[in-house]
Design a protein around this ligand. Structure first.
Ligand code: PLP
Length: 440
């Protein structure tokens, strides 16, 4: 399987193999990598577990890369080592719980798989003629992504992680999740904002001297190494549901940068029994406005309760428009809803009151969307809502709405204790030269 850029039409331009696509992050022309074609996969026999589903879904994409192809079964077992259960909420609707990983959000799936791939490639090169130094993964984070990446790469041989976050602009728990590692994970509090952090990462990645000295890699959300493994849970859940119902399952995906939605649509393109894919957005309406007007217009970001979805210019829109090149095709391919903060609050309240469970603000956009779809289409149909984070990660929002105390996800308790005990922070001026001195 080869991968091309979203900015060159199929059959034109150059294509690269999976290892180069993973290591480069962005295509040379600034586009995003997409598969040149989608394998038609056998729907397989349910019930599938994540590990087996991972091997089946990902094998065609990794087949031509000897190191990764050979290690794929082990990579999948290690990356997907937590459950992804479905919890029914009513006769036609289930919750696909993607938050049972180490940082209690679905980003663990992509980060862990990427870490396994990068580490396998780095190990295979050590001692070889190219690159005997460890690879350095450089990440800018506004909070959550850095934690998932740190947890995923911690202890991996031949790879180091350097995280840049804006000083004073993330919560103590988040800061603990970045700083409490040691070993191969370092984090710096940049005296600036998130944009400064992102600028430093981009400058470093664009600099040939940096790339050569540190074998720099990016772990941001446009990486194929994060999107491809997310196809696995859509494949698995749809196959398992088909075995039970004999029907296709629709998916409702709380969306911001559109990576998770891209994964659902790619899984559908591969032939898995997936019906509609519905995007639940918060008050950031760029995609909805595009469907309405036919003109793509990035918007300034609006802050909402579902803050991991606060994106005004979603990077993966480029992949969606590659799948559906015209606005008519996109209208036929996806449905999009925008959910306000007040609707998020009311959904969390009423779901708890009805005994359906306690949901995080992101997942609540999905539940609200399910309600709206039900009113539109009437009863019937099978839907799964992607639950993207554990509600205990958003206690200050959720607890007053549901009138009860929530437990922190067990995997995060250690970091809460670190946050209480005091964080040891290394600060950095927002200059590339300052970062350079720290890199040694
Ligand atoms: C990142 C994130 C999202 C949005 O996912 P995209 O792939 O960026 O659309 C939704 N919910 C949570 C909890 C997240 O962390």
């Amino acid at each position: 399987m080869r991968f091309r850029s979203t900015r060159s039409a199929p059959g034109t331009g150059t294509s690269v193999g999976i290892a180069d696509a993973l290591e480069a992050g962005l295509a040379p022309d600034g586009g995003l990598f997409v598969p040149e074609s989608f394998p038609e996969l056998e729907r397989g026999k349910a019930p599938l577990a994540m590990g087996e589903a991972g091997r089946a879904v990902l094998e065609p994409f990794f087949r031509d890369e000897p190191v990764l192809a050979q290690e794929l079964p082990g990579l999948c077992e290690r990356a997907f080592d937590f459950p992804v259960p479905v919890r029914p909420v009513d006769s036609g609707t289930g919750i696909l719980e993607l938050f049972h990983g180490p940082t209690a959000a679905f980003k663990d799936v992509g980060a862990r798989f990427l870490a396994e791939c990068v580490s396998a490639l780095a190990r295979s090169r050590q001692g070889g003629p190219r690159d005997s130094r460890p690879r350095v993964v450089l990440v800018a984070t506004s909070g959550d992504t850095g934690g998932a990446v740190a947890a995923a790469f911690f202890g991996k041989p031949a790879v180091e992680v350097v995280i840049l976050y804006p000083k004073g602009k993330i919560s103590p728990l988040q800061e603990a999740q970045l700083t409490a590692w040691g070993g191969n994970v370092r984090a710096y509090a940049v005296r600036g904002d998130f944009d400064d952090c992102q600028r430093l990462v981009k400058e470093a990645l664009a600099d040939p001297e940096w790339r050569a000295s540190f074998g720099l890699l990016s772990a941001n959300s446009i990486s194929l190494g994060r999107i491809l493994p997310q196809c696995v849970y859509y494949a698995m859940a749809s196959v398992n549901a088909f075995a039970e119902t004999g029907e296709e399952t629709g998916f409702i995906v709380p969306s911001g940068n559109l990576g998770n939605a891209t994964a659902a649509l790619w899984a559908k393109r591969m032939g898995f029994p997936i019906g509609k894919v519905v995007l639940a957005c918060n008050a950031n309406r760029a995609v909805l406005d595009y469907l309405a007007t036919g003109r793509w217009q990035p918007r300034p970001t609006v802050s909402t309760l579902a803050n991991a979805m606060d994106v005004g210019n979603p990077s993966n829109m480029e992949r969606l428009r590659d799948l559906f090149p015209t606005v008519e095709a996109l209208r036929a391919g996806v449905e999009v809803f925008s959910v306000t903060d007040e609707e998020i609050r009311e959904t969390i309240r009423s779901a708890a009151r009805a005994g359906l469970g306690v949901f995080c603000p992101h997942t609540a956009t999905g539940l609200f969307t399910r309600e709206k779809l039900g009113r539109k289409a009437g009863p019937g149909g099978h839907w799964l809502i992607a639950a993207t984070a554990h509600p205990g990660k958003f206690r200050s929002v959720v607890e007053p709405l549901v009138g009860q105390e929530l437990a922190l996800p067990p995997s995060l308790e250690r970091f809460a204790r670190v946050a209480e005990g005091g964080i040891v922070r290394a600060e950095l001026e927002p200059e590339l030269s300052a970062l350079r001195r720290r890199m040694g």
